[in-house]
Design a protein around this ligand. Sequence first.
Ligand code: PMV
Length: 363
Amino acid sequence: MNEAKFKPNPDTHQLESGNYTWQSPSNIALVKYWGKKENQIPANPSISFTLSNCFTKTTLEFSKKEKKSEGNYSFEVFLDGDLKPDFAPKIETFFKRVEAYLPFLKDFHFTIKTHNSFPHSSGIASSASGMSALALCLMSMEKAMNPSISEEHFNEKASFLARLGSGSACRSIEGPLVSWGEHKAIANSSNLIGTKYTGEIHESFQEYQDTILLVDVGEKKVSSTVGHGLMNGHPFAERRFSQAHENIDKLKEIFISGNLEAFISVVESEALTLHAMMMTSQPYFLLMKPNTLAIIEKIWAFRKETGHNLCFTLDAGANVHLLYPKAEKEEVLQFIKNELVAFCKEGRYICDEIGFGAYLVDS
Ligand code: PMV
C-alpha cells in the first residue's frame, strides 16, 4: 500500500452545504507505539483494543464559499458549545497535512462542534477519538462528492487521515482489535493505516473490560510528540522496536489460546517498557505518579491472593487502565471500590469495555 491510494478521484457530485456527525471511540494499546519517523510513520507496530464509552462526538457543518481561500483555512471549533480558539492550531496543522488528499478543504467554511464523553480534566487524551471523528466527517463529505467510494476504502482513508492528525487515532475507526504498523505475521498490516485484526480471538477476550483509574488529571508535563521524538537516538530504541514485533507474535498466539496469564505478562511488560523508555530518554522524564505505582502494587497483591486475571496498562500519563475479563467484573469492581479508589483523584474512575469502532450518528 502507498499514499497514492488515498489521492482523490475527480468529483462526480457537487456539494454546497450540510453536516455530518460521527461518534468515534478512544483506544488502548496492548503493544505500544512509541517512536516515529517522518509523516507519522510508526517506528514499530502496535495493537489496541478499541474502547466504547470513551468517545468523541463531532459534528462538521460545511458551507461552500463563493471563492476558494487563498491562504488560511476557514473554520471555527466549539467544545460543548464554547468557542475554542486554542484548538485552532491543531486543526490547522491537520488540514495542512491532509489537504493533498482532500483538495476541497479550502472551498468550504467549516464549523466543528465537538463533545467528549469523558471530562476534559480527566487526563484521558482526546486526540485519538477527536482526530478520528473529524477524519470520518471529512470522509463523509468526500463520499458525498464521490458516491462510488467503497466502504473498505472509506474506512482505510479515514484511518489514513486520522493517523496524520494523531498517530494512534488511526486505530479508532474499527474494533475490537486493531493493529497499525507493518508486522510480518499480520496480513494487510500497514504503516499508513490501522487495520482490523482478523485473526482468531478466543472468547475470553469478548467484552473485555477496561476501567480507567484517574490518577492525575492535569495537563501532561511532556507531550507524546516530544516523547516520540526522544526515541530518535535513544540508546535502547532498536531493541525496543524489535521487542514490539516479538510481543505482537506472542499476542497472536494468546488471542487464539486465551491464555490470560501470558496476556497479562505481555501487556504489563509493554506498559512498563513504555515508561522505561521515557525514564531512559535524554532528557529523561517521568509520567507515572506515586499513586500509579501504589495501584500497580495493589493489583499484583490482589492477583496473588485471588488468582483473578486483572492486569494493568498505561498510556503516556499517570492514569491506570485496568484490563480484565467480563466474568470477573463483580469482584474487580468491589476491589476497586475497597482498595483502589483511595488512589484516584477525587475518587474518580471510568468504566469502559472493548467496542466495535466509530459510527455515523446523523447526516
Ligand atoms: O498517538 P500519539 O502520538 O498521542 O501517541 C500515543 C502513544 C501511546 O498512547 C503511549 C501508545 C499507543 O500506542 O497508543
